[in-house]
Write a protein that binds this ligand. Structure first.
Ligand code: AHR
Length: 497
């Protein structure tokens, strides 16, 4: 039987997780907002028009931060369109996705929704068609107490208290030719620098996220990061990364190895940040905001009516294979928690999302909801450096892919050690974890998602893909051991109590 041996020690740590690593994303795209989080005519809508069935699922996943309002959408968005009396708001042609934007949901509605969902907003400003002044004015509108034009406008719009938005994305995917107002690294670096400067002068407590490459495979990757950072370094705190994977080629082994790309992408961006840091002899470290990541391909090619309102676009129906890759991607983010401080599963509802809804009907958990929610619930704490040895495989694009991908997180407060393990292999794998420094800790739970066909999905009518509790691992003299089922996502919890 295949084997994996993990050796960890309580004293050897990667770092503390920033809870924002379990964030997500809501864009004005398809039915993410309209029919997703906001549907005033739905039987479960509250007094603000928010779907309470969706809110419950968001709270269950303990989503700490939500990026908004885009995405490609933000690069053509005038935030003034989405504030003030709803009846006065303009209907606009939305060029990023070819839809009609009614603007009945905007900044203040989003802030209210965040409060109800228990999450923090991660706002993006328009650096495509927008200007530094428009971005700065939005910071004043959101964060200034009162007594100035924009802060008084917010108060006049019913939001008497400032929203205190801490983290701001300086545009979206500005390296991509598909972006409204696409820029070269030099053009973007300059405008991002000046915008961040004005935003921070307006509210010195804000943090800013510079756009990195929209994908690792962009021809400008690397030089984009180095150039934009060089120009904006002193005024930014994070750089963004985006990635989406697909299995169009129907090659499971290769698909499940894609998280290795994500890991290499993270390491390259860290290298770019530290190169600029070194070049500038700076004491400041730029951290990473992986603010779009997911599997995305099931819905490619789906047709929708041009200029319709809230069309069904990018409504990927996720399967069991996606559970495994999403699990591996979450493990990667955790393993790099010393530098990845923010990450957003893209997106949250209906659009390439863990939560799906019917207009006027049900809301349910897609397959990928489960690894995401369970990792968010149990993956907070200190990530331990773990040495993993075990069986490996080669696939079309990768060599030495570990059969079992793991990460171990110690939650000091709960005195709980959580081991996340994905068995990518179609065979069982014996896992042994040597838990140095965790004497007295014993297994209290083993949750597994396994036993499904790889194309098994959850729909409005049936949700077969669910986590289940399984037999506890064996306690050994210096650790624990168990047999991981073929193609399985696992969470093993050890506790002292
Ligand atoms: O998340 C969907 C889209 O993917 C976003 O709008 C864009 O930023 C990315 O290309």
């Amino acid at each position: 039987m295949n084997k994996t041996r993990v050796i960890l020690d309580r004293d050897f740590t990667v770092g503390k997780t920033d809870e924002r690593i379990f964030g997500s994303f809501i864009e004005h795209l398809g039915r993410a907002v309209y029919g997703g989080i906001f549907e005033p005519t739905h039987p479960a809508a509250d007094e603000d028009g928010f779907r309470t069935d969706v809110l419950e699922l968001v709270k269950e996943a303990k989503v700490p931060i939500v990026r908004y309002p885009g995405g490609n959408f933000v690069s053509g968005y005038n935030w003034r369109d989405g504030v003030g009396p709803v009846e006065d708001r303009p209907r606009r042609l939305e060029l990023a996705w070819g839809s009609t934007e009614p603007n009945t949901f905007g900044t203040n509605e989003f802030m209210k929704w965040c409060k109800k969902a228990g999450c923090e907003p991660l706002m993006a400003v328009n650096l495509g068609t927008g200007t530094p002044e428009e971005a700065r004015a939005l910071v004043e509108y959101c964060n200034h107490k009162g007594g100035t034009y924009y802060s008084d406008l917010r108060i006049q719009h019913g939001a008497t208290q400032p929203h205190k938005v801490k983290t701001w994305c300086l545009g979206n995917e500005m390296d991509g030719p598909w972006q409204m107002g696409h820029k070269t690294a030099e053009e973007y670096g300059r405008v991002a620098c000046e915008t961040a400067k004005l935003m921070k002068w307006t509210d010195p407590s804000v943090e800013t996220v510079l756009c990195g490459s929209s994908a690792w495979g962009m021809s400008t990757f690397g030089t984009w990061e180095a150039t934009a950072l060089d120009l904006a370094y002193d005024h930014v705190d994070y750089i963004s990364l985006h990635t989406y994977y697909n299995n169009h080629e129907k090659n499971l082994k290769n698909f499940l190895a894609r998280s290795m790309d994500m890991e290499a992408f993270i390491l390259s961006v860290i290298a770019a940040c530290d190169f600029v840091k070194g070049k500038k002899h700076s004491k400041k470290t730029i951290n990473l905001s992986f603010d779009e990541w997911n599997v995305w391909y099931h819905s490619n090619g789906a047709k929708f009516e041009k200029w319709s309102e809230a069309p069904h676009i990018l409504e990927d129906v996720y399967d069991f294979a996606d559970v495994l890759l999403v699990g591996c991607m979450l493990n990667v983010l955790l393993r790099h928690c010393d530098r990845v401080k923010i990450a957003c599963l893209a997106q949250l509802v209906n659009v390439i999302a863990p939560i799906m809804t019917e207009n006027g009907g049900k809301a349910w958990k897609q397959t990928i909801f489960h690894p995401y929610a369970l990792t968010s619930q149990y993956g907070r704490g200190t990530v331990l450096q773990a040495k993993t040895e075990g069986s490996k495989y080669d696939s079309k694009d990768y060599t030495d892919v570990s059969d079992v991908d793991t990460v171990c997180v110690f939650n000091e407060e709960k005195q709980e050690l959580c081991i996340f393990a994905v068995n990518r292999s179609e065979e069982e794998n014996t896992l042994f974890v040597k838990t140095g420094g965790f004497e007295g800790f014993t297994p209290v739970e083993h949750i597994v998602i396994a036993g499904f066909e790889t194309d098994c999905t959850n729909t409005a009518h049936a949700q077969p893909v669910q986590p289940t509790a399984t037999a506890l691992p064996q306690t050994e003299t210096d650790g624990i051991s168990t047999v991981l089922r073929p193609l399985s996502w696992n969470l093993i919890r050890l506790s002292k109590n």
